[in-house]
Design a protein around this ligand. Sequence first.
Ligand SMILES: Cc1ncc(COP(=O)(O)O)c(C=O)c1O
Length: 382
Amino acid sequence: MLDCQRDAFDIPRDVAYFNAASWGPLPKAVQAAGHAGVERKARPWGITAEHMAGQFARARAAAARLIGAAPEDVALIPSISYGVAVAGRILPVRAGSRVLVLGDDHSSPVLEWLQRAPEGGFSVETVERPGDGDWTAALLEAIARPGAAPLALVSISSVHWADGGLIDLDAVGAAQRGAGAMLLVDATHHAGVLPLDVAALDPDVLIFPTYKWVLGPYGRAFLYIAKRWQDGVPLEQTGSSRRRVFNEAQPYFADLGFTDGAKRFDMGERDHLIGLEMAAVGMEMMADWGTAAISARLGWLTGLLAEGLAGMPGVEMPSEQVRAPNVLSLGFAGGMKPGLIDALAARGVHVAPRLGRLRISPHVYNDEADVAAFLQAFRDLA
Ligand SMILES: Cc1ncc(COP(=O)(O)O)c(C=O)c1O
């Protein structure tokens, strides 16, 4: 199992930070990349075209490595909702078909389809949270539901943001393919922390941001698009997505054909090099630690927390079989005690309230002392 990596971060000993699912702290190396990037931007005459191209390639490669993709199948984008908007533009969802989403999933993989449904003549079907928290079984049932409209698309987070439920992507992928449907994965709480291999899974679209689990800045995210959809029209019309739109010489619009690969979907102002380099450094650190080693450590930490909470009256948590190793989300029989999250924070224990639940999300900087601090504070306050 991976050792505690607290030294790579700037986290005081009396802070138990269990909120990576909201925003990950920047490791010292990522901060240093940010400072260097700011200094470079302060003296931009030193920034060359080669440097810029190197930064795009580095970030694309670092993102691809975390999900088992080829770099040319990954686009540089700013957010999950941007990636889903690209999917909305390029994936054919036929009239009369249905799109499956998860109940109370984060808005980003859901709203695009709700917005498009009336005009597109398709329906959006919500898979409600099953009592036992087993999202995979509920999804498989919904995919196979007899008499339902043809399934066009499954648009889901692979780890549920509120209850921490883990979707078995292999099982869902096989069922969705069998139904002749497409798959969009919001891998926000998955990429980098849990093993993921798009070469084996073959989703149509998979998206993840950098500001949470992969320890980077806001405003940088990555969009994997299967080769079969890479001839679609991007969301934004940028010169960099075309074959020959060069600033330096005439003719300016020399060849407006789109470039090959997913980079035609790169965002406008992808040249925010400060954030891009920070993102690359964070993702490289994650890859060097390794997703298997990271998920083993986080599973051990959430296991310790679950053990310490077992038997507490009124506290419910999903079983180990259906929850992701990196998130432990507590439900409360009579509702969460008002003020609990703030009271915990006042004791240096940081967790998030999500849809009435208390979400605990450790990362590689957490250790047994943090677990003990949480359990003690929770017992005292809850
Ligand atoms: C599952 C999931 N998807 C997406 C996001 C963020 O979406 P966006 O990048 O569109 O702001 C979050 C943020 O909490 C999330 O939990």
